[in-house]
Design a protein around this ligand. Structure first.
Ligand SMILES: Nc1ncnc2c1ncn2[C@@H]1O[C@H](COP(=O)(O)OP(=O)(O)OP(=O)(O)O)[C@@H](O)[C@H]1O
Ligand SMILES: [Mg+2]
Length: 311
């Protein structure tokens, strides 16, 4: 398995293995070095979700490097809470790289570097006091290829993040979170009678919804999706799009897509990235309401791209 795939298997739950012994206490990344409270938690990871956790993500002049190569330059944009923001642009313009910088996965690549700032509400996620592991918990990610843990059951796949995070959580609490997450991912009715069967036995669309259930089980504040429907057929794609529209009530969502219909159907805002010449860094051309980007964008390159004239 490639290095990157291994990262994704680990990070898709946003829970690295090294956290296996931690409790389920929801803490801000800046509270990391404080002792965990002794009281059982009543709200947060591993418990019923009451309100929206959605937070805004603000990138300010972000440059992203792989060694000496600057892949992305000068990105400043806001990803709004309870909205879906689509990231579009031709292959190689840095959409995935930028997305991975939002939950500090970019730095997992050897030699990768970030400059500029990214804040989630008021938290500077690159503040040296912030633990990247906590950032990856707060900001979940769903990948292009559905990647359920192959040896685990449907139930265990969803509970994986909780299990790794918590030694305290009871079986009935875990059952509740698994059901809530599967309902939230529109998968419960299809799998409720076979929770003990392998996650890898589901169809591609079901597996992707399982991965979404796994991502939301730990109650992230932001959900990043990198071409989540590219491996799915049109019916499964529409099911995931419906789900994304519902999830935005609770989360801040950024989705990378090459599918212009999907961006126009499923997103509220669209950010168009572009690459002027091969070897140049990718840049943000414009971000605006999706209906404006698709009907009357400010920049001609955007119009050319969304109308299929290039890229
Ligand atoms: N691990 C890496 N090491 C070195 N360069 C990389 C790495 N990953 C990506 N790049 C380079 O960074 C640039 C941006 O890549 P990225 O994958 O972010 O593009 P993208 O917009 O997501 O493309 P696509 O639409 O094809 O997925 C490209 O030039 C790519 O070759
Ligand atoms: Mg990509």
């Amino acid at each position: 398995m490639e290095e990157e795939e291994r990262d994704e298997m680990t990070e898709s739950t946003a829970i690295p293995k090294s956290d296996a012994t931690e409790d389920a206490t929801p803490r801000s990344p800046l509270d990391l070095h404080e002792p965990a409270p002794a009281e059982p938690e009543t709200k947060g990871w591993g418990s019923a979700k009451a309100d929206t956790n959605a937070k805004s993500v603000v990138a300010d002049n972000v440059d992203l490097f792989y060694g000496d190569f600057k892949a992305v330059e000068g990105i400043s944009l806001t990803i709004r809470p309870n909205r879906v923001t689509a990231l579009i642009g031709s292959s190689g313009c840095g959409k995935t790289t930028f997305l991975r910088s939002i939950n500090r996965m970019h730095e997992l690549t050897a030699g990768a570097r970030v400059s500029g700032s990214i804040t989630v509400d008021d938290l500077d996620i690159y503040d040296p006091r912030v633990d990247p592991v906590q950032v990856r918990r707060m900001i979940g990610m769903v990948f292009q290829q559905p990647n359920p843990f192959p040896t685990m059951s449907i139930y265990e796949n969803v509970a994986a993040g909780l299990t790794l995070n918590s030694s305290k959580i009871s079986k009935s609490e875990k059952d509740d979170v698994v059901e809530r997450s599967l309902r939230g991912a529109h998968l419960w009715e299809e799998v409720k009678d076979r929770l003990d069967k392998p996650g890898s036995g589901l169809s591609g669309g079901q597996q992707q919804r399982l991965c979404i259930a796994r991502a939301i089980s730990v109650e992230p504040e932001v959900l990043l999706m990198d071409e989540p429907c590219s491996a799915l057929d049109p019916v499964a794609t529409l099911a995931v799009e419906d789900l994304i529209m519902e999830l935005k009530e609770h989360y801040t969502i950024a989705i990378v897509t090459h599918n212009m219909q999907q961006a126009s159907r499923a997103s509220d805002y669209t950010a168009f990235f572009n690459l002027e010449r091969s070897g140049d860094p990718g840049r943000l051309v414009e971000i605006d309401e999706t209906k404006k980007i698709f009907s009357n964008p400010s920049v001609k390159a955007t119009e050319d791209y969304v109308s299929g004239r290039f890229g």
